[in-house]
Design a protein around this ligand. Structure first.
Ligand code: MLT
Length: 269
């Protein structure tokens, strides 16, 4: 489905009934990365996945991108769908957008699942790497970005043993436009430090990370879980950065258990 949101077309899926979940994807992927979660959770919950501005089947205008703007797009999509509050699941860049969303619209966040992400801003070296990657995208296109990103996204074990998954991830990356890839890189480079906000997060939070995640290693998730009051940390074995795709059953089970616990412990939140 598509809707005009903040003057551009955003592609999304909205399936199921019950507690609404909003899934926010990683860089440089698309809502297709949540296919295993959509299949497992939509029989029991309302599951919304969205191609963020610049990705997949959404428009990728050649203009300024910021993570606050991505959060505004998500809020406007929820308005379009008449959803007030939701459980937000963000992986990596999706997690950065969860922090931006919480900063702007905390009252709309029922709970947070922060997967394979980090709260800190980019280091100067990190920003320089984004600049170089944007030049590669501009000169060589999305296929070159796929070559660079696949070893950062999937564990060596996954790359060796799951060629179909590698193929799916490559197709998602190559389905993006250069304007969106470069826009995201600039948006991520400019994102603020969210570490000071962590102790102020008042909703229930689950922090997930693949044990073999080299891009946002478990130490980053440990910091997030230690600073958000009451947050729980779960480390997923035999998974790299895209833990939801590398170990979908474990990922889904942890999300389901977390949400089941919310009803009992915290019905009003
Ligand atoms: C992602 O998976 O979203 C990116 O690797 C995050 C980043 O580059 O900081």
């Amino acid at each position: 489905m598509k809707a005009i949101i903040n003057s551009i077309a955003l592609a999304y899926d909205d399936q199921g009934k019950g507690v609404p979940f909003v899934f926010l994807h990683a860089f440089p992927l698309s809502r297709r990365m949540w296919d295993p979660q959509m299949a497992a959770l939509s029989p029991r919950f309302r599951v919304i996945t969205v191609d963020l501005r610049g990705h997949g089947e959404s428009d990728a205008p050649l203009w300024l991108y910021t993570l606050d703007q991505a959060a505004d797009d998500v809020a406007a999509l929820l308005d379009h769908l008449s959803i007030g509050k939701a459980v937000f699941v963000g992986l990596s860049m999706g997690g950065y957008i969860c922090f931006a969303f919480y900063r702007r619209f905390a009252s709309r966040v029922q709970a947070l699942v922060l997967a394979d992400t980090r709260a800190g801003a980019d280091t100067p070296e990190g920003k320089a790497g984004r600049f170089q990657m944007a030049q590669t995208a501009y000169r060589q296109g999305p296929a070159a970005i796929a070559d660079l990103m696949i070893p950062k996204l999937l564990s060596p074990r996954t790359v060796q043993t799951k060629p179909d998954l590698v193929h799916r991830v490559r197709a998602m990356i190559e389905g993006n436009q250069i304007s969106g890839i470069a826009g995201d890189l600039m948006a991520m480079a400019e994102r603020p430090d969210s570490v000071p906000m962590l102790p102020t997060i008042a909703c229930p939070a689950l922090v997930l990370v693949g044990q073999e995640d080299l891009t946002t290693p478990p130490s980053e998730s440990r910091l997030i879980s230690q600073r958000i009051p009451g947050a729980r940390l779960e480390i997923i074995p035999e998974a790299g950065h895209l833990s939801n795709l590398e170990q979908p059953d474990r990922f889904n089970r942890m999300v389901e258990e977390f949400v089941a616990g919310l009803g009992a412990a915290n019905p009003s939140r």
